[in-house]
Design a protein around this ligand. Structure first.
Ligand SMILES: [Fe+2]
Ligand SMILES: [Fe+2]
Length: 193
């Protein structure tokens, strides 16, 4: 079966109630979907994969289980191996080769979407007007969003063959339309204050 985005959302929300995790899934979905469109790929399939990449994190919050113990669940639910393999490949510790464009994009968007989200949360206008250079400045401050692995952000841009500035600009543009779902303010909110 070719999974739909809504089906993936249904699976995700059956296993995940934590709001931060759901927002992370939506942010990565938006970024991966943006690249699917940019590259002329199967956007629905890429979105479904992105939504599910951490679907088991709430039930498997440690790396001895996540994401590998989630794979049999996805298989049971009828998701294709192509999706499951891409989901597994986002985890560094499994050392699965990132040999498809989807795997590269998923890896490249995972940490950066979280980081851009954190940048948006501390700005009155959220993501509006957020420039790559200020994101890069914050990447160099180890205490800001300390949980985000910087090396994976840099590695991701490299994997896509993009300048970091361009990759950041793409992820910001991808997440902007869903800012309110991500709990972010917008320029319009900032004006009203
Ligand atoms: Fe993960
Ligand atoms: Fe993730």
């Amino acid at each position: 079966m070719r999974p739909s985005r809504d089906q993936a959302w249904e699976t995700l929300t059956r296993y995940t109630t934590n709001e931060a995790l759901l927002r992370h899934a939506l942010a990565v979905e938006a970024s991966v979907g943006y690249y699917a469109r940019l590259y002329g790929e199967d956007e629905e399939f890429w979105r479904a994969t992105a939504l599910l990449h951490d679907f088991d994190y709430e039930i498997h919050p440690t790396l001895d289980k996540h994401p590998q113990d989630g794979a049999p669940i996805l298989r049971e639910e009828g998701y294709p191996e192509e999706l499951i393999d891409a989901v597994l490949s986002h985890a560094e510790h499994l050392e699965i080769p990132r040999d498809t464009q989807l795997k590269k994009v998923l890896f490249a968007c995972d940490e950066l979407s979280g980081f851009v989200h954190a940048c948006g949360l501390v700005r009155p206008a959220g993501l509006d007007g957020l420039e790559p250079k200020s994101v890069k400045k914050k990447l160099k401050q180890p205490s800001f969003a300390a949980g985000v692995h910087r090396d994976e952000v840099y590695e991701g841009a490299e994997l896509l063959g993009l300048e970091l500035d361009e990759h950041i600009a793409n992820v910001v543009a991808a997440m902007q339309p869903i800012a309110s779902e991500l709990g972010l303010r917008t320029a319009a909110d900032a004006v009203q204050e």
